[in-house]
Design a protein around this ligand. Structure first.
Ligand code: GLV
Ligand code: GLV
Length: 319
């Protein structure tokens, strides 16, 4: 029997062709619209492999239906959308896409930090609204990144790539992890307690995976410990943040600004409470979105599927 691979979104056609040589491939034919849940539940029933997006919840319900499933290949480095425990119990391999997206995602984090520091969104809006009245000494004056203290919550590959860029800006780099990070070696970055990270940093980057331990790390208490002049940048997951607490912190001046690429419930619309706050830099989850990197992520997903279905070891299993 030919094995079936389900892909929950239209991807690069070469990747699909590579699978079609040996397998029956079912692809949801849309780039932008997610596969409806009912369709996913129906198609996953007889699939041997599934390539999922971070917008799919691969939960107990899905896994209980998927009797033939050997591998879930997630097109993301994060995998909080997958019920790992149940997958493990059912001997289903889960893979993600680390490394290939590291530099691209760090680049976006750096972009966000600079945008927030220099009020780029606010300044651009003023101009396009037609309300720019001319040059003045403190007009749209922001803050420097150069020489500042930057704290990284979650020093993994992306955190380290971000830190390397900070070295070029002569920044003091702090980080907080449960224990000393191998990624911090040779980096000129100091491990500090979470409170020290919050107290001392001018910019705080959240680059951690979302787990039950890191969920809601950034709440009212955390924002109160940050400097009033600090900027908070999130490229992790919306679930790291208590969004209402962040809104209050930014509105009351508890912190200076926030730059966010991720939200609790995505996508957010223009009615979201963050939209319209002038010290918010908001982006629609584009951390790893360069064409080169997305192609590499897709290729890695496909290669992981091929490895598992052909009886080999996946390249990037989630442990
Ligand atoms: C994106 O958010 C990812 O986890 O790759
Ligand atoms: C700015 O444009 C300057 O000339 O200082």
């Amino acid at each position: 029997m030919t094995k079936k691979v389900l892909i929950t979104r239209m991807i690069n056609k070469e990747c699909i062709a590579k699978l079609e040589k040996d397998f029956e491939v079912v692809v949801w034919p849309e780039y932008e619209i997610p596969m409806p849940r009912e369709k996913f539940l129906e198609e996953v029933k007889d699939a041997h492999a599934v390539m999922t997006m971070l917008s799919e919840q691969v939960d107990e319900e899905v896994l209980s239906l998927a009797e033939n499933l050997h591998v879930i290949s997630n097109l993301a480095v994060g995998y909080d959308n997958i019920d790992l425990e149940t997958a493990k119990r059912k001997n289903i391999v889960v893979t993600n896409t680390p490394e290939v997206l590291t530099e691209t995602t760090a680049e976006l984090a750096f972009t966000m930090m600079l945008m927030s520091a220099r009020r780029v969104i606010e300044a651009n809006k003023e101009l396009t609204d037609g309300s720019w009245t001319g040059w003045s000494p403190y007009h749209m004056a922001g803050t420097d990144v150069y020489g500042k203290t930057v704290g990284i919550f979650g020093m993994g590959a992306i955190g380290a790539a971000f830190a390397r860029r900070l070295n070029g800006f002569d920044c003091k780099v702090l980080y907080h992890n449960r224990s000393e990070s191998d990624y911090a070696k040779n980096l000129n970055a100091d491990l500090v307690s979470f409170d020290e990270l919050l107290n001392q940093s001018d910019f705080v980057l959240c680059a951690a995976p979302l787990t039950s331990e890191t969920k809601h790390t950034f709440d009212k208490t955390a924002f109160e410990k940050m400097k009033n002049t600090a900027h908070f940048i999130n490229i992790g997951r919306g679930g790291h943040v208590v969004e209402n607490d962040l809104k209050n912190a930014v509105e009351t001046g508890e912190i200076a600004a926030a730059a966010l690429d991720v939200f609790d419930k995505e996508p957010i619309g223009s009615d979201h409470p963050f939209v319209g706050l002038k010290n918010m830099t908001l982006l629609p989850h584009i951390g790893s979105a360069s064409v080169d990197t997305r192609d590499k992520m897709m290729e890695l997903c496909i290669n992981n599927i091929l490895q598992v279905l052909n009886g080999g070891k996946p390249f990037t299993p989630v442990e």
